[in-house]
Structures are given as C-alpha cells and as structure tokens.
Design a protein around this ligand. Structure first.
Ligand code: PHE
Length: 338
C-alpha cells in the first residue's frame, strides 16, 4: 500500500504539472483528492493492513495528500497568473497605432453648383419656389402656350405617366404654379429635376434645371440681359463674355438663347466648344402675353422675363466633366473629387 501511494503521488504530480487550464486542474483535484478519489480508493484497503502498520500508512497517505494539494495550489496560482498576463497584453491599448478615419460624406457636385447659382439670385432678391416632378400636361405644356400638336409633346420626347400626366420636361410649369398663387411683383428661382427621352454622352433622361421668373411693372429685355450678365460674371468670372442669339419658345416672346465665351479656350476654339468659341448655357425671353392670360395677370400692367438654365451642363463646364453619365453613376471615386 505504501508503494501504491508513492506511485500515485508521482503520477498525480506529473499530471498536475502538465495541466494547461484551470478547469482541467480542478478535474485532477477531484480525481485524486475527492471523496471518491484515488487516495480514498487506496485507503479503503486499510482494513487489510496489520494494525501496527496502519499509523505509518496513515502518515504517508497524509503526506501524499498534502503534496498533491500543494502542487495543485501552486499550479493554480501559475495558471491564473498566465491568464492575467495574457488578458493584460491582449486588451492593452496601443497608443502608437494610427487612428481610424470615418468617411465623411459631402454634397453632390450638382447640389453644390445648384446652391452656388441660387445664392447669386438670392442676393438679387429672388426667392426659391418648387413644383412637382410628376406634372399635368396642363402645367407642363398647355398653360405655357405649347399647343397640342407641338413635337415636344410626342412620346418620343416626353415620358408619359398616364394620359394627361407627364414627368415634367422642364422647370417652366412652376412659373404657372407660382403665378396662380401670387400677384406681382414675383421674383423666383426654381431648381428641379426634369425628364426627357434622350440618352447619350451629353444627354441624360433625367437632368437638372434652374428656372427664373421675374414679373413686375415696367420689366424690359434690358433687365433680363443685365441680370444674366451679372450672373455670368459672378459665376464664371468677369472676363467671360455673353452672347444672345434669337430663338423661339412658345412661352416667351421674344426669346433668346444665351452663350458664354468658352471657359476652356477663352473663345479661341477647342473641342469643348466644337471650335465655335461659344457655349450655350440657357434659354430665356420675355414672358409671352398668352402665358399671362393663363395666369390671369393683367398684361397691360405687367411684363416679365423668364429663363431656364441647365445645371448639369454648367457643372460639367466648371469641372471639365466629359460625360453627363458620370454625374449619375454614383461612383465614389468620381464624386469624391468635388
Ligand atoms: N424651358 C426651356 C427649356 O427647357 C428653357 C426656358 C425657360 C426658355 C424659360 C425660356 C424661358 O428649354
């Protein structure tokens, strides 16, 4: 029995030394020292040992128990220290690591340019107005003196939602919506999305316009020209030239298209201006008396001008963007440049 106990001590100490975590160590304690453990198991044979040898065996058994207990305690302390050291090193904050930069969003280039244009007109006393993208044919066409047989009303050019309802093809219908609810003086600018059946490098089926409308007593074409020239100088720079070409819109009379000297070649002729030295940026004119009839404005008393400019085209000119589709593909590598 003495040999059995000694052998048990050797096996136990070796096993304890090899335990790698606290749970396994606890299992070992139960296995050797527990109430049904190995030491107890051996001592069950004590009855067969001659009485005079029993005290000596008892002493050895106690010594073995104590040795195993001490080994377990020591191992336990070691494992706990290891665990603590591991925790401390894995949870440590490394203050020398570079910080993580959260990605910041910013305004889309179209909205930046829109705001910049609007700000110039706000300074002149214009107010902002808005209307729906899904518009009736009445506001988009009829009330603007665009007759039922006008080619722009064809489904090849206009997106029809249902009979009588279209995606607005320009921001001009908001002119009528504003005039219906306000008496002159009226001075509004209207940013908005517009839609046309058109798709190539310079046309997108959805694009952006800013409409302008000014109605008051004694407004003349000179007011229109002066306002646009001021806008062009503010936005494109004082050395930019402006040119008006006669044009036609059913809702203005007379009408004009406005060109600016090419911002790329300064008028010398280049690819962007197709060698003409000029770039078209807007359409405008004096509000047609027919339109005032729909608005129930007194034409003898009031006159006014209107203009509509293409925001996409202006943004493209400002930033030398070669295809309008870049503006709507939402490629962050492109958008983050602005
Ligand atoms: N609505 C016209 C267009 O989209 C532009 C315009 C607006 C012309 C106002 C004259 C007056 O082409």
């Amino acid at each position: 029995m003495k040999d059995q106990l000694e052998a048990l001590r050797g096996a136990a100490l070796e096993e304890i030394a090899q335990t790698a975590d606290l749970r396994v160590l606890e299992d070992a304690r139960v296995k050797y020292l527990g109430r049904k453990g190995r030491v107890t198991e051996i001592l069950r044979g004590l009855a067969q040992v001659p009485a005079e040898e029993r005290p000596a065996i008892g002493q050895i058994a106690n010594a073995v128990k104590e040795a195993i207990g001490t080994a377990i305690d020591a191992r336990k302390a070691g494992l706990e220290a290891e665990a603590e050291a591991h925790r401390a090193s894995s949870e440590a904050v490394d203050l020398s690591l570079p910080g993580r930069h959260p990605r910041r969003g910013h305004m889309h280039v179209i909205n930046q340019v829109t705001d910049e244009i609007l700000d110039i007109f706000f300074e002149l006393g214009f107010q902002v107005a808005a209307g729906p993208d899904v518009e009736t044919e009445y506001y988009n066409f009829d009330s603007l003196n665009i007759r039922p047989d006008h080619p722009a009303r064809d489904s090849h050019d206009t997106f029809f939602v249902k009979p009588g309802v279209v995606l607005r093809t320009h921001t001009s219908p908001v002119q009528m919506r504003v005039m219906e609810r306000t008496q002159p003086p009226v001075a509004v600018v209207v940013p908005g999305r517009v839609y046309r059946v058109d798709y190539d490098a310079s046309h997108s089926p959805m694009f952006n316009q800013i409409e302008g409308l000014l109605v008051d007593e004694g407004i003349t074409f000179a007011d229109l020209k002066g306002t646009l020239l001021m806008f062009i100088h503010r936005f494109f720079g004082k050395d930019t030239k402006m040119r008006l070409r006669p044009s036609f819109f059913p809702f203005t009379e007379p009408s004009a298209e406005v060109d600016i000297s090419c911002t790329v070649c300064k008028g010398q002729g280049c690819r962007v201006c197709k060698n003409s030295g000029w770039l078209e940026i807007l359409g405008c004119g004096m509000v047609n008396p027919e339109v005032f009839k729909y608005a129930k404005y007194d034409y003898g008393k009031y006159t006014g001008y209107a203009f509509g400019l293409g925001v996409d085209r202006i943004a493209m000119l400002r930033h030398a963007i070669t295809s309008i589709s870049h503006l709507y593909e939402n490629d962050l590598r492109f958008l983050e440049q602005f």
